[in-house]
Ligand binder design. Structure first.
Ligand SMILES: Nc1ncnc2c1ncn2[C@@H]1O[C@H](COP(=O)(O)OP(=O)(O)OP(=O)(O)O)[C@@H](O)[C@H]1O
Length: 259
């Protein structure tokens, strides 16, 4: 039965999609069966895994979730695409923003995604959810369905209030909808190792959260990593000897070691 992790932060551009793809493919390279699910209507994970036009994909997460909302579910594996580097992908498209609106009036609106995962969890070792930069109903659906949340934080500005808001939302979902929900930890991303600013931000993240949250080893910034979304490849094939590939391999080991 799969462990389910969401990669979440309502701040945009912090490395959620790159982390989901790199951790997912990292786990697949360790022989694990992995499904990555794109829960962002902007579909950046889908695009970065080599589908530049998500709106022409016939079955996406939007179709799957609509089926459950309308009480007419698709077969469990419908729409799942196999990526050349060993992971399965449930793609997103802009139609997901319509699903988010229809969720408002849906019965069991917080658990539609959880209902979907219950039908496919037995097929995988790990399921990773790439959430959108918001704390709306789609993200609540993700938090309601997962075992843990991994929080990428861009080590460029102090995250301060935004992170508190995310932690409060996680605490509320934990209390009201998903008592199994845990915080896996904070992942500092895009760390410019040459600057003192980045080191100071990692230190202040440690001071503020280190005593109550796990801090994963950081992911450095690299030009090669900023290029991968256009290639449809993972960092392991695009820049195999680079420091970002090595850092995501370390993250993969850290995630495996906590189960
Ligand atoms: N380690 C890195 N070094 C350099 N650039 C990176 C790195 N990781 C991600 N990027 C770049 O930063 C940008 C944002 O990354 P990504 O799309 O993963 O963030 P996101 O949090 O998923 O964004 P959104 O909130 O819009 O979904 C992308 O252009 C990506 O290529």
């Amino acid at each position: 039965m799969a462990t389910v992790i969401s990669i979440s932060n309502q701040k945009g551009g912090v490395g959620k999609s790159v982390t989901t793809a790199s951790l997912g493919i990292g786990l697949a390279r360790q022989g694990k069966k992995v499904l990555v699910i794109d829960i962002d209507p902007q579909a950046s994970l889908t695009i970065s895994l080599g589908f530049p036009k998500p709106d022409v994909i016939p079955v996406t997460l939007a179709t799957v979730m609509s089926g459950i909302i309308e009480d007419n579910p698709l077969p469990p594996t419908a729409g799942i695409i196999h990526h050349a580097e060993g992971v399965d992908l449930m793609p997103a498209s802009i139609e997901l923003s319509g699903v988010e609106i229809s969720l408002v009036n849906a019965m069991s609106r917080e658990t539609i995604l959880r209902q979907y995962l219950e039908t496919i969890k037995h097929l995988y070792d790990h399921i990773l959810l790439d959430t959108s930069p918001s704390l709306g109903m789609l993200t609540v659906n993700a938090l309601a369905a997962v075992d843990s949340v991994l929080i990428p934080v861009q080590a460029e500005y102090l995250p301060a209030k935004g992170l508190e808001l995310l932690l409060k939302t996680i605490a509320r979902v934990h209390r009201q909808i998903n008592p199994h929900l845990e915080i896996g930890g904070i992942l500092p991303t895009m760390v410019d190792e040459r600057t003192n600013d980045a080191k100071e931000i990692i230190e202040s993240l440690n001071e503020a959260y280190g005593s109550r949250l796990h801090m994963f080893s950081h992911i450095p910034r690299s030009v090669r990593a900023s290029e991968i979304s256009k290639t449809g490849k993972s960092i392991y094939t695009y820049d195999p000897r680079g420091k970002v590939a090595a850092a995501y391999e370390t993250l993969t080991r850290e995630v495996l070691s906590v189960g």
